[in-house]
Design a protein around this ligand. Sequence first.
Ligand SMILES: [Zn+2]
Ligand SMILES: [Zn+2]
Length: 298
Amino acid sequence: MSQTMSGFCHPFAAPGNWYRGNLHLHTTASDGRRTPRAAAAWYRAHGYDFVAVTDHDALIPVAGLAQPGFLVLPGMEVHPGRTELGEPYHVVAVGLRREAAVARESDVQQAIDALRDAGAFVWLAHPHWLGLTLLELARLRGYAGLEVYNTTCARFAKGLGAAQWDDLLARGRLLWGLAVDDTHWEGRDWGRGWVMVKATELTPEAIVEALAAGRFYATQGPEIYEVTVASQELYVRCSPVQSITCVSLAGWGSYALAPARGPLLTEARFPLRHERVYLRVECSDSRGRTAWSQPVML
Ligand SMILES: [Zn+2]
Ligand SMILES: [Zn+2]
């Protein structure tokens, strides 16, 4: 077993607690329709342990929004430079310890580097919606992952980023997948995509450290309880679902389906014969909602 594979078992076996969070949302500080206080209140009232406020080009103070047992991370979504299609980039950063100077005329790579220097966890938002190409995704460095699901972009049938994620994983780039709402408080774009983070405590430092290490999974509802890569076998345990899929390079990979009239699946075992380069797990329930594990490089 490689270091990467043994490291991947860690989120599920590690001590700590699972914390539910939405890492991407907008408020009246940019183009969202609810105030920061109302935004945080909605998530707190609906079973979330933390949110990040990520307004466009604005790092707003969030210290006054936290409540006992509920964390609000500072963050921002910035738009430096232009994509290959001529659109502004959408780069999201949470957990900044200080301001980072990122202007719209900045170079996107320099912006990513500046945000990381400010202590942030940094990723590229909604790759399908934005039309990011594999060439630019592969060229950029220093971002931790991609949004595999974005609720607000799903309204435009461009919410998924799994194809872009797989294209990069297939080329050996270990990147994390995030599910987020990107809430603007329009079209019911809230409460439909989140991350479950395994951290030792509910503090900005512990959450950002766990995110950076990939100790989380992304979901629209299903829960993943265990993903273990043993010598020749992948074992998955989850809440009741219709299908459990082991995703890998091109046409490699495996899947398990619940029988048509039988019980739903709560676990699956896959002999690792049909996987190449990387694997990751998707668990999809009878309502079409999916949970995505982080990938393992083989
Ligand atoms: Zn965006
Ligand atoms: Zn956004």
